[in-house]
Design a protein around this ligand. Sequence first.
Ligand SMILES: Cc1ncc(COP(=O)(O)O)c(C=O)c1O
Length: 483
Amino acid sequence: MVVSTTKSDSEEQLRYTFASRYVRTSLPRFKIPRESMPKDAAFQIVNDELMMDGNPRLNLASFVTTWMEPECDKLIMAALNKNYVDMDEYPVTTELQNRCVNMIAHLFNAPVGDDEKAVGVGTVGSSEAIMLAGLAFKRKWQAKRKAQGKPYDKPNIVTGANVHVCWEKFARYFEVELKEVKLKEGYYVMDPAKAVEMVDENTICVAAILGSTLTGEFEDVKLLNELLMKKNKETGWDTPIHVDAASGGFIAPFLWPELGWDFRLPLVKSINVSGHKYGLVYAGVGWVVWRSKDDLPDELIFHINYLGSDQPTFTLNFSKGSFQIIAQYYQFMRLGFEGFKNIMETCMENAKLLKERISNTGRFEIISKDIGVPLVAFSLKDSSKYTVFQIAESLRRFGWIIPAYTMPPDAEHVTVLRVVIREDFSHGLAERLVSDIEKVVGELEALPARETAVDDQKSVAEGEQKICSYWRRISDKKTSGVC
Ligand SMILES: Cc1ncc(COP(=O)(O)O)c(C=O)c1O
């Protein structure tokens, strides 16, 4: 490669090639290098190192968008240098955000008129959206308890044990106890009856998930609403519901519009959704919408006088990129309801195909449901010779990134593989994946017993336990998991 283009570099260019100059020493890892280097050399070095990353298109562990249309890429590139927080300077970007909030609120059946502004905000992802929604519930509950002269220092949230880790983060950072409804084998979502039983006077909200991270299953928000209304009536409390629709929020309205999970249910006061998942935008955007102004305490809205104008904001951070908001608006405009429906239907069809093919191997039990996020979660019928962790590890050889994990309490003994179907996962790739799974399983079956250390096992069950704990130890050391 040609290293240098500038005049001052030309002398060097005569004497040094890329190989002689930049490949001989290790790359700086701790201190900024003392000298500069030509831009094309810097590009080559960084680019080369990045080749070792996985291929995002084959990353079936993530719900996050990995493909967008080139026209939208153009808009994104043009907006890379816009700081979202400079609202006075970039008023159109702010306006696009507000339009997105209105569109999402209408999609979730918020009680707002056709020309009325909805209450909500764009966030960095569902995690930030959940922090904001949780804070709003906490402040509302505290204000009410203060007014009643009751203690307000022990708030709690009731969720299922399948809740995403960002809820645990919220609980720790904002000092709210997380009361988790345990799962059991064969039932991997929050049981609404058990959740309502756990509600007490300190419960700031019950968080239901529309699209569990682990299995894609939708929780029964309608039943939860019914049972909680009854309990509220009996106790005089008014415990509300938040719906974590990180994945399901852009699926259910298009595929199952009759499903009752959103603001049509009176106790649902706020909903979050990830724009960067089935909102079909690259990483870095989420949304939270509230039922009405009354559900977002005024004291949480900051009015900042920044660079000459008053800006009401409710976010955890200050500066952030603008392109995600612009890209979200592009997707709403470009696809419309029809386009989103089309894409979600295709994803479900591909998930169905994959499910059938995996099921036909005879080796796996399907854990995911037909109504839910388009994904296939499956476990081994027999783990006595090899485990799902070995399958995931071996599939890496072909480039596939598929997570293997254990279920949360009380179903920790169940180990699962999960394949997320996104817009860019085609029929052809599904067929290819199944054929690679078959290849890997065939190889693992042919392995001598030493690999799995079952030679001294007294029974199959004992052997299974050994293998599971061995692989669990390995997987526990890994920092990456399901997201
Ligand atoms: C149910 C659920 N909630 C919250 C999150 C966090 O979302 P984000 O990555 O948009 O912050 C996820 C991520 O997968 C999720 O599945």
